[in-house]
Design a protein around this ligand. Structure first.
Ligand code: FAD
Ligand code: NAP
Length: 547
């Protein structure tokens, strides 16, 4: 029997072919592709505008850490021809302008409901329709539901004791205000030393009266060498862009600029190794992380990269005690997401910046005037929480998603996410995820992975429609085998050795499971294409609702 929900007005749900949740890079491209199939689609977005990550993360210094021309859509020649990036690594305002331009250029806004949060998505087995409900009381019925909710969109909320007693303003990097924040002359405290913290404090150090950096775990950071985009790069991309795009799609991390190498760190002499690392350091960005083929799998090889960066830190930071505190020691190099900075270590040479070690003397409480650690009191006028996200599963877990038999996705994933290819989860028919757990997602240039998923989902829906198939669902067997494969591949690397957000280790109580697929963007794409070419092997396809 159909269990149809009603709108808050008492009316029956409106209907469309596809509901898309989220209007970031994923949701925008999906809407465009769904329209291309002649389908009706509705997009719901919690924010007041498009952009996703680049709508919410407006903290000073926010910018991409993959070169701009690679971190952009490749699906439209015209779009690529008309858009000009100004910097090697575009800053947040420019990325947001780009996504607004995309929304206008492809006339996307008319199908997007802003400031509307999806609160539940329930599969009605009798009709094989998803009933999607929003916080505005609207219910929409759709055959397909696609979660384009983002891997890093659910902020890790601060829960420090005494938080509400603080008299000054507080900020979360993932929910930064739209109006500029002036820290001139202020004592500012920032908690965290991940990418968001590193980018923001590098800017804020130049403005604040004093900046206290509360560090629990140091991060490896490598220089971006940012600047105006090189006209030679623009000219080269005009001629060879299509080749680079294809190389990125078949590469390990979705980045054409990172040249693959077969060379092993341990096969090279000390001198050769140093030369390679220096060359990669000079190149900037993630190049250092891919300097040798064995860095992410062999502890001894990894130690050579770690030692190289440690030496760099010692060379930049003048106070030896501060330098030692900034050098990571508890996890292999690159097993937490590498940070890409513009003068990060240099800020610790400023007289107005103090590094506070909250690993040896943990934060005890926020006080009305600042923060108390086991070592003492720190008075600040403003506090910034750069404490990250409930990554990969957080946004999905905040929606009440129910599949066959009323099964809640959250319950099914209580011991960690389970998907087939990071695209679907057994028991949740016609529900797709973009860059879901079990796909390369956050280990890649996300735009390459997003386009691949959106294209695959589009082809899949076209396949179903062309054959009058109503329902598609991952089989439990295919899912079990994929989950085992994802874990097996992760275990051949050093990644699981770090208490990172890749493992959910940053969120108390979250199961410790390595969530992204570390097998590489190219091989993963091949696997997805192979599955499709075999008539969607590992998925059950049916023409009957309720099957
Ligand atoms: P998002 O951009 O996260 O968009 C998801 C949208 O869904 C959000 O707008 C959110 O409001 C909305 N949403 C979620 N739940 C609901 C709901 N229940 N109802 C309605 N709306 C909902 N990746 C890279 O590859 N390179 C980078 O340099 C890089 N830099 C980053 C910098 C920061 C600060 C962060 C946080 C992430 C960065 N990432 C980077 C990852 C980045 O998230 C992706 O590159 C990409 O922007 C993701 O796009 P998306 O559309 O999949 O998700
Ligand atoms: P993050 O990497 O998870 O860093 C959070 C920081 O907060 C860590 O240093 C963490 O310390 C600290 N922290 C969390 N809770 C704490 C507590 N209770 N007490 C003290 N310290 C605490 O989050 P993020 O910096 O927002 O970055 C998340 C991801 O977004 C990145 O890894 C990257 O993928 C993406 N990103 C990219 C860019 C870019 O350069 N383009 C910029 C920002 C974000 P512990 O390590 O000890 O937990």
């Amino acid at each position: 029997m159909s269990r149809q929900a009603l709108n808050s007005t008492g009316e029956a749900p409106s209907a469309c072919d596809v509901v898309i949740v989220g209007a970031g890079f994923s949701g925008l491209y999906l809407l465009h592709r769904m329209r291309g199939l002649g389908l009706t689609a509705r997009v719901f977005e919690a924010g007041a505008g498009v952009g996703g990550t680049w709508y919410w993360n407006r903290y000073p210094g926010a910018r991409v850490d993959i070169e701009s021309q690679e971190y952009s859509y490749s699906f439209s020649e015209e779009l690529q021809d008309e858009w000009r990036w100004t910097e090697r690594y575009a800053a947040q305002p420019e990325l947001l302008d780009y996504l607004n331009h995309v929304a206008d250029r492809f006339d996307l806004r008319r199908d997007i409901a802003f400031e509307t949060r999806v609160v539940s998505a329930v599969f009605d087995e009798a009709t094989a329709q998803w009933q999607v409900s929003t916080d505005r009381g609207e219910v929409v019925s759709a055959r397909f539901c696609v979660m384009a909710t983002g891997c890093l969109s659910a902020p890790n909320e601060p829960t420090f004791p005494g938080l509400e007693s603080f008299r000054g303003p507080t900020y979360h990097t993932g929910r930064w205000p739209h109006e500029p924040v002036d820290f001139s002359g202020k004592r500012v405290g920032i908690i965290g030393t991940g990418s968001s913290a590193i980018q923001s404090m590098t800017e804020i150090a130049g403005q604040a009266g004093h900046l206290y950096v509360f560090q629990r775990t140091p991060n490896y950071s490598v220089p971006a060498h940012n600047g105006p985009i090189d006209p030679a790069v623009v000219a080269d991309w005009k001629v060879n862009g299509a080749t680079y795009r294809q190389a990125a799609r078949l590469s390990a991390a979705g980045i054409a600029a990172i040249k693959p190498t077969e060379q092993l760190a341990l096969d090279a002499s000390e001198e050769e190794r140093r030369a390679v690392y220096e060359d990669r350091w000079a190149q900037g960005g993630f190049a250092v992380g891919a300097a040798f083929a064995d860095i992410s799998i062999d502890p001894a090889a990894n130690a050579t990269a770690a030692a190289f960066v440690a030496d760099k830190i010692r060379g930049i930071v003048k106070d030896p005690q501060v330098a030692e505190l900034l050098i990571p020691r508890d996890y292999p190099f690159g097993t937490k997401r590498l940070c890409v900075d513009t003068g990060y270590y240099e800020i610790f040479n400023r007289p107005n910046v103090t590094l506070v070690d909250v690993a040896s003397a943990p934060i005890e409480a926020i006080t009305p005037t600042g923060l108390r650690t086991a070592a003492g009191e720190f008075e600040v006028d403003a506090l910034i929480f750069a404490i990250g996200f409930d990554a990969m599963t957080g946004a999905l877990g905040r929606i009440d998603i129910r599949g066959r038999g009323g099964l809640a996705l959250k319950e099914k994933w209580a011991d960690g996410p389970r998907t087939y290819l990071g695209l679907m989860s057994a028991g949740f028919p016609n529900l797709f995820m973009v860059t879901g757990p079990g796909s390369p997602s956050v280990l890649s240039n996300m735009i390459v992975s997003i386009e691949q998923h959106v294209d695959w989902i589009t082809d899949c829906i076209e396949h179903l429609n062309g054959r009058q198939l109503a329902v598609m669902e991952a089989t439990a067997e295919a899912e079990d085998a994929w989950v085992a494969h994802v874990n097996e591949v992760a275990d051949t690397t050093l990644y699981p050795q770090a208490s990172s957000w890749y493992l959910g280790a940053n969120i108390p109580g979250k199961p410790r499971v390595f969530m992204p697929y570390v097998g590489g963007v190219g091989p993963y794409r091949e696997k997805c294409d192979e599955v499709a070419s075999r008539g969607y092997e590992g998925f059950a396809l049916s023409s009957v609702a309720g099957d």
